[in-house]
Design a protein around this ligand. Structure first.
Ligand SMILES: NC(=O)c1ccc[n+]([C@@H]2O[C@H](COP(=O)([O-])OP(=O)(O)OC[C@H]3O[C@@H](n4cnc5c(N)ncnc54)[C@H](OP(=O)(O)O)[C@@H]3O)[C@@H](O)[C@H]2O)c1
Length: 240
């Protein structure tokens, strides 16, 4: 199956600035979209943003992606209600700015590891194990330029982003010989999220444009679709 029209898509981080645009883009392509949320106010914000477009195809489940039991319950709900996942996207994380590494408080370190790496691990394990059971699927980890660039006082973000990149590469190797595709999608420029309002450069991608790229990646319609790491820069480079 290669059309989002008939696809079940999980967007972890779908309540976030980039994630909500992915949700919208996938719904516009006719997908059924499943999103975990941890705060009621964020659920409402996403539902208001999506509005009528959902046509009953947006399904939200309370889940804390940093908690093993909660993620296990989320996985069971997906299996029971939808049977399978065709496309899983993790768009989780947050920025950190504070200290140089040698001065960074331990609790800050733990929080970055938890929010930007452990969540990815638990989410990936839930969805990719389902894909191994069903023997097919596409899993994409959305990442930022921090995976390859260094920003002082934000170094911990770069460390975990680089680890996410390696996670995708390991997963890809472990899926060798299966019908499962693993990708990392690295967006190098800031994305025009709703929260940025007017502080944007026109050539930056919108969250929906990142979603459109993911749709084409899922369908195998982007150049070098089989490669693990896909890099997005600006509108011009994406639509070339
Ligand atoms: N924003 C940009 O300009 C930009 C540019 C390039 C790449 N990216 C990449 O896009 C991805 C998402 O970034 P974003 O800007 O959309 O971030 P965001 O607005 O902060 O959204 C992050 C999402 O992750 C969820 N999340 C974070 N920690 C969690 C936890 N412990 N348990 C469950 N959910 C958790 C948040 O849930 P809540 O809604 O409950 O907080 C939210 O849905 C990141 O990988 C980032 O590197 C972003």
């Amino acid at each position: 199956m290669n059309k989002l029209q008939e696809a079940n898509v999980v967007v972890a981080g779908g309540t976030g600035g980039v994630g909500e645009g992915l949700v919208r883009a996938f719904l516009l392509e006719g997908a059924t979209v499943i999103v975990p949320y941890r705060h009621e106010v964020r659920r409402q914000r996403l539902e208001e943003y999506i509005g009528e477009l959902a046509e009953g195809r947006l399904h939200l489940f309370p889940a804390e992606l940093g908690d093993e039991q909660s993620v296990a319950a989320f996985r069971s709900n997906i299996k029971e209600q939808f049977g399978s996942v065709d496309l899983g996207v993790s768009c989780i994380g947050g920025w950190y700015y504070g200290y140089s590494l040698h001065k960074m408080p331990y609790d800050h370190w733990q929080s970055v590891i938890h929010n930007n790496l452990t969540t990815h691990f638990l989410c990936m394990r839930a969805i990719v194990s389902l894909m191994h059971e069903q023997k097919r699927g596409v899993y994409v980890m959305v990442n930022g330029g921090a995976a390859e660039y260094i920003a002082p006082e934000s170094g911990a973000v770069s460390i975990v982003a680089a680890a996410q990149l390696m996670m995708a590469r390991v997963l890809k190797q472990e899926a060798h010989g299966t019908n499962i595709r693993i990708h990392s999608l690295v967006a190098y420029h800031p994305v025009k999220t709703r929260d940025r309002r007017r502080e944007v450069v026109d050539d930056w991608l919108t969250p929906e444009e990142v979603g459109d790229y993911l749709t084409r990646l899922y369908r195998g319609e982007v150049p070098d679709a089989a490669k693990t790491i896909h890099r997005l820069y600006t509108r011009q480079s994406t639509h070339r």
